[in-house]
Design a protein around this ligand. Structure first.
Ligand SMILES: NC(=O)c1ccc[n+]([C@@H]2O[C@H](COP(=O)([O-])OP(=O)(O)OC[C@H]3O[C@@H](n4cnc5c(N)ncnc54)[C@H](O)[C@@H]3O)[C@@H](O)[C@H]2O)c1
Length: 589
C-alpha cells in the first residue's frame, strides 16, 4: 500500500518494541524475497530510479511441496521487468505509539495475531480473539469519527458484528464503517503476491455508507491492482471466504499426501499420479506435490477455526470433515518420522541425524507450525547421539533458542547439545551433515536440490527446475542503463559473487542502523561472512546447490537420505552412494 501510494502516509503500529526497532533498521524481522527494495523505497525514500518487477528470474513461483505460490513457471505476470519509480520521500513509518496513530488515521487496518485458543472453551480449534479484541477496544476508544475500520487479520465469521458492537459501546452515536479485507499473501512469496495480487476481497455492509467505505479502500488498491480483480461481497462472506480458501488449499495438500501413502504401499509413483491427475483442467496441477505436510501459522488454525464454526452451528459432520484435513497432515508428518526410525533399524542410539530445513517452507524464516520441529520431537524420543539442523534462512541462534523453548520443558531434560542435550543448529549444511547417519530434507529450499553428477555449481548456471537467471551481459547498448546495472547486480547476488553494497546504484536514502543486539549483525560478526546466505539487505539469497557428493563422502554408511519434499533425483543420489527414501515412492533397493 505504501509503495504504490506515495501520497498516503502509512504507519505500522505494533506494541512489540523489538519488532518495531528491527523494522526501523537495516535488518527487518522477517525475510521475504523482494521485501528489501520495497521497504527501502517506502520507508527511506529514494531518488528517481528503476525498480525490478516480477521475480527477476528466481524460481520462487514454482510450486513446491504443495505449500507455495501458484505459478509453475515464470508466468507472464511474474516475469521480470523494470519500471521507473519517481523520486519520493518516505511515507512508511513504524512506531509503537498505537493510540496516537489510530487517532490520526482515516483508515485503520487491524492485522494482529489470531491464533488457535490453547485453553478454555474451544481450546485447540476456536480462534483466540484476545489480541484482536484488545486492539479493537483501543480502536473503538481512539479512532476519529467516520474512520474506516478494516479487519485484515483472519477472523471467525461475524467478527465485524463484534467490532460494530464494541464501537457502539465505546462511542455511542458516532458513525464508523467496518470492512473485511482478508490477506491472501503467502510467506516466501509475499511481495510478489502483493504486487501481482490475483484478487483483493473487500466485504462491507450493504448500506450506502458501507459501499462508500469499500470504494475508498478499493481506491487504495487500484493504484496497482486492476479494478476487475477487486471483489466486493458482504462482510460475512469476506470473512468466511478467507477461512474457506486456506482450508481448501490445506485439504488439497492432505489429499495428495493420503495418496502418497497408498503409492508407498503399492509401487505407484506419486509424481506420475500428480501429473496424470493434474492434467485434468477441472482439477489443475497446482498444490499437488506430496511431502511431509503443510506447516505455517495459517493453514492449521484456519481449518480448525472452520471446523469449530461448524460445530458451534451444530453441524458435526461438517466439522469432522474439516478436522480430517488436519489429522491427515499430522499422520503424514508422523509417518515420515516413523519411516526414518524404521529404516534405521528402530534405534537411533549413537546415531547422528541431520535435518535440512527448519522454516515451514522455502524462502522464509517463518518457522511457525514447522514440520521439522515435530520431527525433532519424535526423533529425540529415540535417544540419538545428535540431531543436527541447518536452515539457510533462519538465524541459527534464534533457531536454537526457539527449539529450546518449544521442546525443553516437555522433555524435562536439556535439548541443546551445548547444554548436554542432542540438538545443534549449524551455520552451514556440510558441517551439519558431517558424520551423519541420515539426512532428512524437510524444507524445499532450492539449494538442497540434487543437480546431477559433477554439477555442484552456482544456482544460476545449472538450475534445471528453475527459470534461469541469465547473465545480462553483453548489454544491448554500449552505455549500460540503470536497469542493466541492476540486473547485473542481481545476477551477482544470486551467483554468490561478493557484491558489497545492497544499493550499488545509490537509489535509496540511507537505511537506519541496527541496534547493538541485532541477531543478523551478530551472526555476521560471530560466525563469519560464509555462515549465512542472507543478502546485504537481510534477504535470503540462494547461491549454490549442495554438493551431495561431498556430503556423501563425509557421511556414515549406509548414508541414508529421506527426501520429505520430493526434491532429489533418486537414481542420481544412489550413484553417489546414498540410500534414498522419498515420500510417495517405494525404495528401489
Ligand atoms: N503470516 C501470514 O503469512 C498471513 C497471511 C494471511 C493472513 N494472515 C493473518 O494476519 C494476522 C496476523 O498474522 P501475523 O503472522 O502477522 O501475526 P504475528 O503474530 O506475526 O504479528 C502480529 C503482531 O500484532 C502485534 N499486536 C498484538 N496485539 C497488539 C496490540 N494490542 N497493539 C499493537 N500491536 C499488537 C504483535 O505484537 C505482533 O507483532 C493473523 O490473523 C493471520 O491469520 C497472516
Amino acid at each position: 500500500m505504501a509503495f504504490h501510494n506515495p501520497h498516503i502516509r502509512v504507519t505500522v503500529v505494533d506494541k512489540d518494541e523489538t519488532r518495531i526497532r528491527r523494522w526501523n533498521s537495516k535488518h527487518p524481522p522477517i525475510y521475504e524475497p523482494g521485501l528489501n527494495e520495497v521497504l527501502r523505497i517506502a520507508r527511506d525514500g529514494a531518488r528517481e530510479c528503476v525498480f525490478q518487477t516480477g521475480r527477476g528470474g528466481d524460481d520462487s513461483c514454482a510450486s513446491s511441496a504443495g505449500v507455495s505460490s501458484e505459478c509453475t513457471s515464470l508466468c507472464e505476470e511474474h516475469a521480470e521487468g523494470f519500471t521507473t519509480v519517481p523520486s519520493r520521500r518516505p511515507n512508511l513509518l513504524f512506531t509503537t505509539e498505537v493510540a496516537r496513530c489510530i487517532a490520526e488515521a482515516d483508515i485503520v487496518l487491524i492485522a494482529v495475531n489470531t491464533p488457535t485458543k490453547t485453553r478454555g472453551a474451544g481450546a485447540g480449534s476456536a480462534t483466540d480473539m484476545t489480541a484482536f479484541e484488545a486492539v479493537a477496544a483501543v480502536v473503538a476508544e481512539h479512532a476519529r469519527p467516520g474512520a474506516i475500520i478494516v479487519e485484515k487479520s483472519t477472523v471467525p465469521c461475524r467478527t465485524a458484528q463484534l467490532i460494530e458492537d464494541m464501537l457502539a459501546h465505546y462511542r455511542p452515536g458516532v458513525h464508523f464503517d467496518v470492512l473485511s479485507n482478508p490477506e491472501f499473501l503467502a510467506a516466501g512469496t509475499a511481495i510478489n503476491d502483493l504486487l501481482s495480487a490475483d484478487r483483493i476481497l473487500i466485504g462491507s455492509r450493504p448500506t450506502p455508507s458501507g459501499r462508500r467505505a469499500a470504494d475508498t479502500l478499493a481506491s487504495v488498491y487500484t493504484s496497482w491492482v486492476p479494478r476487475s480483480r477487486i471483489i466486493t461481497t458482504n462482510v460475512f462472506s469476506s470473512e468466511l471466504a478467507k477461512l474457506v480458501a486456506n482450508s481448501m488449499l490445506a485439504q488439497r495438500v492432505s489429499s495428495i499426501n493420503s495418496v502418497a501413502a497408498i503409492c508407498e504401499a503399492t509401487g505407484a509413483d506419486i509424481d506420475e499420479i500428480s501429473a496424470a491427475v493434474g492434467a485434468d483442467p477441472r482439477i489443475g496441477s497446482k498444490f499437488l506435490r506430496a511431502g511431509i505436510g503443510f506447516g505455517g501459522s495459517c493453514f492449521k488454525k484456519d481449518v480448525l477455526s472452520l471446523a469449530y464454526l461448524a460445530e458451534t452451528l451444530n453441524l458435526p459432520q461438517v466439522a469432522e470433515y474439516w478436522r480430517c484435513v488436519v489429522s491427515m497432515n499430522e499422520y503424514t508428518r508422523n509417518r515420515f518420522a516413523a519411516r526414518v526410525i524404521k529404516c534405521l533399524n528402530n534405534t537411533l542410539r549413537g546415531k547422528k541425524l541431520t535435518l535440512l530445513g527448519y522454516a515451514f517452507k522455502k524462502d522464509t524464516n517463518d518457522t511457525r507450525e514447522s514440520a521439522t520441529l515435530e520431527i525433532i520431537r519424535t526423533l529425540m524420543e529415540e535417544g540419538p547421539r545428535e540431531i543436527a539442523v541447518f536452515d539457510p534462512c533462519c538465524n541459527p541462534a534464534t533457531t536454537e533458542a526457539e527449539i529450546e523453548q518449544l521442546l525443553g520443558p516437555a522433555h524435562g531434560s536439556q535439548v541443546l547439545k551445548k547444554n548436554g542435550g542432542v540438538v545443534h543448529v549449524y551455520t552451514n549444511a556440510y558441517d551439519a551433515c558431517n558424520g551423519s547417519d541420515a539426512v532428512l530434507v524437510a524444507t524445499e529450499f532450492d539449494e538442497f536440490r540434487y543437480t546431477g553428477p559433477g554439477k555442484h555449481s552456482k544456482l544460476s548456471t545449472t538450475a534445471y527446475t528453475a527459470p534461469l537467471l541469465l547473465d545480462p551481459r553483453p548489454f544491448e547498448r554500449l552505455e549500460p542503463t540503470e536497469a542493466d546495472l541492476l540486473a547485473l547486480h542481481k545476477y551477482f547476488a544470486r551467483t554468490g559473487e561478493t557484491i558489497g553494497s545492497d544499493d550499488p546504484l545509490d537509489r535509496f536514502n540511507q537505511a537506519p542502523l541496527c541496534a547493538s543486539d541485532c541477531p543478523d549483525c551478530l551472526l555476521k560478526t560471530n560466525a563469519g561472512p560464509n555462515a549465512s546466505n542472507y543478502g546485504a539487505g537481510g534477504e535470503h539469497q540462494a547461491k549454490e546447490y549442495l554438493d551431495w557428493a561431498k556430503i556423501s563422502y563425509h557421511m556414515r554408511n549406509p548414508k541414508w537420505v529421506f527426501d520429505g519434499r520430493g526434491l532429489l533425483d533418486i537414481r542420481g543420489m544412489e550413484k553417489l552412494g546414498f540410500r534414498v527414501e522419498t515420500t510417495g515412492r517405494q525404495a528401489e533397493f
